[in-house]
Design a protein around this ligand. Structure first.
Ligand code: FAD
Length: 382
């Protein structure tokens, strides 16, 4: 049997960071919001390392108790691990979030703002102008003026609305485990090795509380598959002195869109945010800062559309315009994708040892570049 739940102004699909922030922002402006998430528990599967960059920490409030120690050191290694490039920043550059805690905290804030949260509920599509969801008790229909696709890299809402979809994806996987307290400088170690991470990087982030050991790359280019590469990397990974990897570790994995922000991310019926919109830095593959910035923009646009009763403001939610600001990073991603042999990777890291190379690396890794701030939506004419 199909149940109907009372209509809402907006149906948000997906309770990752993008969906939670969009739903809460809209509810705080007085709109009626339903948030549907297929995971039955937001404290369950996590698909991200959870590294937040300085610019996010400066611009958004994240509960300090849900953030790990600050990381100021970045170490870049060639495949041989010899003569790594060590970069130290005078500022706190990264912190790893307790993602389960952040999702739960985000859901509490959403509920407090009045969002109706449906967990264990999957978005199926539209039928007769209503949105169809599959919940724990069967099919549910909800009528909503707008739908927000915050449903990740392989967005079903994008497909339903006929919007652009991510075509260039990396896949990433990591092991996470607690490390013993010891005298260690929290550091982010990255290895450029196309055999272990074809087209991207292998990493160890040890902030003195937890270690994240991961690889990411183009799925088809892992010689023996991603999980084999991760096991191989974990056996030789740098930066783990003084720790032993426990027998049981947490596994995280997921797709990462790196083709840059999609062009068509809104229609008169709704819009996309976060990974669904391709809002991930093509070079660093960081998507958490873009999630938060783009959600704020989506809230402005939808708020205005709901207040005026017209979908016109959604036309200004234009991926093509913002995409031009990603040009440099898209070009650098192509460059990283061209590193196909260990010899080229060795030469690339050697270039980073020179003063101009170090300066360029510092700009990318410690700079203020992030997701471009969208042009603000003009205030409503009353
Ligand atoms: C291994 C890995 C490590 C990463 N590390 C970092 C990092 O350290 N720092 C960083 O900035 N970025 C990182 N990223 C990228 C970053 O995690 C993502 O860009 C970001 O989490 C995207 O958030 P989102 O809310 O858009 O999507 P998601 O977090 O993917 O949320 C989408 C939600 O939609 C739900 N959903 C999907 N389909 C449906 C449906 N049909 N019905 C209902 N619900 C649905 C999903 O269950 C999910 O909860 C990493 C990515 C990976 C894969």
């Amino acid at each position: 049997m199909t149940a109907r739940i009372p209509s809402a102004d907006v149906l948000v699909v997906g309770a990752g960071l993008a969906g939670l922030h969009t739903a809460t922002g809209l509810a705080q402006r007085g709109h009626d919001v339903v948030l549907a998430e297929r995971r039955p528990d937001l404290g369950g599967t996590v698909r991200t390392t959870g590294i937040f960059v300085r610019r996010t920490l400066e611009d958004f409030h994240l509960p300090p108790a849900l953030l790990g120690p600050a990381v100021r050191r970045m170490v870049l290694y060639p495949p041989s691990h010899r003569r790594p490039v060590v970069l130290d920043s005078p500022r706190d550059e990264y912190r790893v979030g307790d993602m389960r805690g952040l999702y739960r905290d985000g859901a509490e804030q959403a509920a407090a703002a009045g969002v109706r949260i449906l967990l264990g509920t999957r978005y199926l599509g539209r039928a007769d102008g209503r949105h169809v969801l599959e919940g724990p008790d069967g099919t549910v229909e909800v009528g909503a003026r707008y739908v927000v696709g915050a449903d990740g890299a392989r967005s079903g809402v994008a497909r339903e609305l006929g919007l652009d979809r991510n075509r260039e994806l990396l896949v990433g996987a990591e092991h996470v485990f607690a490390v013993p307290r010891r005298d260690v400088v929290p550091a982010f170690h990255c290895v450029v090795d196309p055999r272990l991470a074809p087209g991207y990087l292998a990493w160890v982030l040890d902030d003195g509380e937890h270690a994240h050991v991961g690889v990411a790359g183009y799925a088809r280019r892992f010689p023996h598959g991603m999980h084999h590469a991760l096991r191989q990397f974990a056996a030789t990974a740098p930066g783990l002195r003084g720790t032993t990897r426990p027998e049981h570790v947490e596994h995280r994995a997921g797709p990462i869109p790196v083709g840059g922000l999609l062009r068509r991310i809104a229609s008169p019926d709704g819009l996309l945010v976060g990974d669904a919109a391709g809002a991930v830095s093509p070079l660093t593959a960081g998507g958490l800062d873009p999630c938060l910035r783009q959600s704020a923009h989506a809230v402005d646009v939808l708020d205005q559309a709901l207040r005026t009763g017209r979908p016109d403001p959604l036309r200004r939610y234009d991926g093509a315009a913002l995409r031009t600001q990603f040009r440099g990073r898209i070009a650098m991603r192509r460059g990283l994708g061209l590193v196909r042999t260990p010899a080229v990777a060795e030469a690339g890291v050697a270039a980073l040892r020179t003063p101009p190379g170090r300066a360029a690396a510092r700009r990318i890794l410690f700079g203020d570049g992030s997701f471009p701030d969208p042009v603000p939506v003009p205030a409503l004419v009353r």
